[in-house]
Write a protein that binds this ligand. Structure first.
Ligand SMILES: Nc1ncnc2c1ncn2[C@@H]1O[C@H](COP(=O)(O)OP(=O)(O)OP(=O)(O)O)[C@@H](O)[C@H]1O
Length: 264
């Protein structure tokens, strides 16, 4: 049995007295997709930033791909992180941007070019690869970000809203790519508001609300856990779980927020 790809123990991040993530413990098996759900402001991005060394924990520990999150340089080589808004240089072409990322990872140019070309083709971006990114649409820029995340063949990828801004065909390519990554033993930590994507792909779902992990399990189990009994989809389960945990005193805002996040 292989070691878990992501382990967190008591991971906590506070801004002043306000907890963004509180006492989070995770154990995510290698080669699986972990769907991370939560209403706006629940702590999803903060968790991903903690797991990718972009912010330091107030307390707690974590390892990703066997590397402690205190070891930034070692971790960078083992993981890929796609933030909700991928960092790109507008003045570069798509190809130049990806070459730049490949060089940062120390990938030899010839190998990088082969991989860049294959991924650009997969994401239907090859014909635009020599155009500057400043002329790209949101979805095209997102595709560049996704390719950049995968270039160095990381063991663990953390994706924040990977399908937002993409048309249905590109969103499907992302879903297929995620499924394909997992068959190659990559581990995917996927934060999204698109519950159907999680339902389709995730082996395990974690629901975070107000900084705390309030539910965790296979999507089907989560649906069954939801209070109404006959819950048929993940959206209903999500709404039940995040409304029932009492984070929002009157429940109305929480429900409204969660509902508003489902259609991307
Ligand atoms: N740099 C910061 N300074 C102060 N508070 C912050 C900072 N970053 C995040 N927070 C707070 O931490 C909490 C969690 O934010 P986070 O961005 O992790 O939520 P999220 O689940 O990713 O939300 P969304 O779905 O809206 O992207 C929020 O209350 C947010 O205001």
């Amino acid at each position: 049995m292989t070691d878990p790809a992501i382990v967190a123990e008591g991971l906590t991040k506070r801004y002043g007295d306000d907890p963004a993530v509180e006492d989070l413990s995770l154990s995510i098996a290698s080669g699986t997709v972990y769907g991370f759900l939560g209403p706006n402001g629940a702590g999803k991005t903060t968790t991903m930033r903690l797991l990718t060394t972009l912010t330091e924990p107030t307390a707690g520990t974590a390892t990703v791909a066997g590397v402690p999150i205190t070891d930034r340089s070692a971790l960078t080589e083992r993981i890929g992180y796609l933030p909700a808004e991928p960092p790109v240089f507008d003045e570069l072409t798509g190809w130049e941007q990806l070459r730049h990322v490949a060089r940062l990872h120390g990938i030899p140019d010839q190998r990088a070019d082969d991989r860049i070309e294959a991924l650009l083709e997969r994401f239907d971006l090859l014909t635009d690869a020599d155009r500057r990114i400043e002329g790209y649409s949101t979805g095209m820029t997102k595709k560049v970000g996704i390719i950049a995340t995968l270039l160095h063949d990381p063991a663990v990828v953390l994706l924040d809203e990977p399908t937002s801004g993409l048309d249905p065909r590109a969103a499907r390519t992302v879903r297929e790519t995620i499924a394909d990554l997992v068959t190659r033993e990559m581990t995917v930590f996927l934060s999204t508001h698109v519950l159907s994507v999680v339902d389709e792909l995730a082996d395990t779902v974690g629901v975070i609300d107000d900084g705390r992990l309030v539910a965790e399990g296979p999507p089907d189990e989560l649906k069954a856990q939801a209070q109404k009994g006959a819950v048929s989809d993940l959206e209903a389960a999500f709404l039940d779980i995040t409304a029932a945990d009492g984070a929002d005193p009157d429940g109305t805002d929480q429900r409204a927020t969660a509902t508003g996040t489902t259609d991307d």
